[in-house]
Design a protein around this ligand. Structure first.
Ligand SMILES: Cc1cc2nc3c(=O)[nH]c(=O)nc-3n(C[C@H](O)[C@H](O)[C@H](O)COP(=O)(O)OP(=O)(O)OC[C@H]3O[C@@H](n4cnc5c(N)ncnc54)[C@H](O)[C@@H]3O)c2cc1C
Length: 223
């Protein structure tokens, strides 16, 4: 699933993609989103593989250069041609792969009531269904009912599954029940990170230097 939390936190508009079973950031062919000056590239919006990701980055960068007045539209289009061709070639197989390896419905919206949906807060399918029975309409309300999506990963792992379970319990589509609001910080931060914000000598190291560790903490990978 695309990691679209940073774009959501920035306020980008999205559309539900029923085939890909995920929310897509609304973006033009250059990756430009509904938020002025913000573009998406690579897997954060569409899983197209490691080879395609840098090409979509090239397209976004060329459009950024045009927006900044460094190149004109004709130069952008000319310079983009190789990346555009590569993207088209690499995307050719995507529909087939998505159809062939589509996860089973049971994986996307587990039916077993004992399945743990939110690992951070240990919220099960049964607890989400109970919340729906009490009137919970969607993932945002589910936070208040159950704390689903309120742990260290902030819904990065359980967001879509939680929404799918609620949608199934309500007899609606995930598009109708929506997705939870994503707010910064996008990864767990330590008190040291926050304390270093005012210190120009420490701020960069504390906030930028250890992203991998914070991401691993959020996803449960590594140390
Ligand atoms: C298990 C696995 C196997 C794969 N196998 C293949 C394969 O065989 N062939 C293939 O073509 N593709 C494969 N892929 C897909 C491939 O890895 C991706 O298509 C490719 O890495 C996308 O590149 P990207 O730059 O868009 O994203 P990424 O490579 O995921 O880079 C995103 C970067 O952003 C960082 N980041 C995320 N959130 C934040 C944040 N909040 N703040 C700061 N930094 C952040 C991450 O740490 C990461 O360094 C595989 C993927 C996985 C997970």
């Amino acid at each position: 699933m695309p990691n679209h939390h940073p774009a959501l936190a920035a306020g980008c508009e999205t559309t539900w993609d029923a085939r890909g079973w995920c929310w897509r950031i609304d973006a033009d062919p250059w990756g430009a989103t509904s938020v002025e000056g913000l573009a998406v590239a690579g897997d954060c919006n569409r899983i197209e593989g490691a080879e395609a990701a840098p090409h979509s980055g090239t397209l976004a960068a060329l459009d950024a250069a045009r927006r900044l007045g460094r190149i004109d539209t004709a130069a952008r289009n000319r310079l983009a041609a190789p990346a555009r061709r590569a993207c088209a070639r690499l995307a050719g197989l995507r529909g087939f792969l998505d159809a062939l390896y589509r996860p089973r419905a049971e994986v996307l919206a587990p039916r077993d009531p004992e399945v743990v949906v939110c690992r951070c807060e240990e919220v099960t399918v049964a607890e989400l269904r109970a919340a729906v029975a009490l009137g919970c309409q969607g993932p945002n309300q589910a936070k208040a009912f159950t704390r689903c999506g309120m742990g260290p990963c902030q819904g990065r792992l359980c967001g879509l599954t939680g929404a799918a379970v609620i949608a199934a319990a309500r007899g609606r589509s995930p598009a109708e029940v929506g997705y939870h609001k994503v707010r910064p910080p996008l990864a767990p931060v330590t008190l040291g990170d926050l304390a270093a914000l005012d210190d120009p000598r420490l701020g960069k190291a504390a906030l930028g230097g250890d992203t991998e560790r914070r991401n691993n903490a959020a996803t449960g990978d590594g140390g």
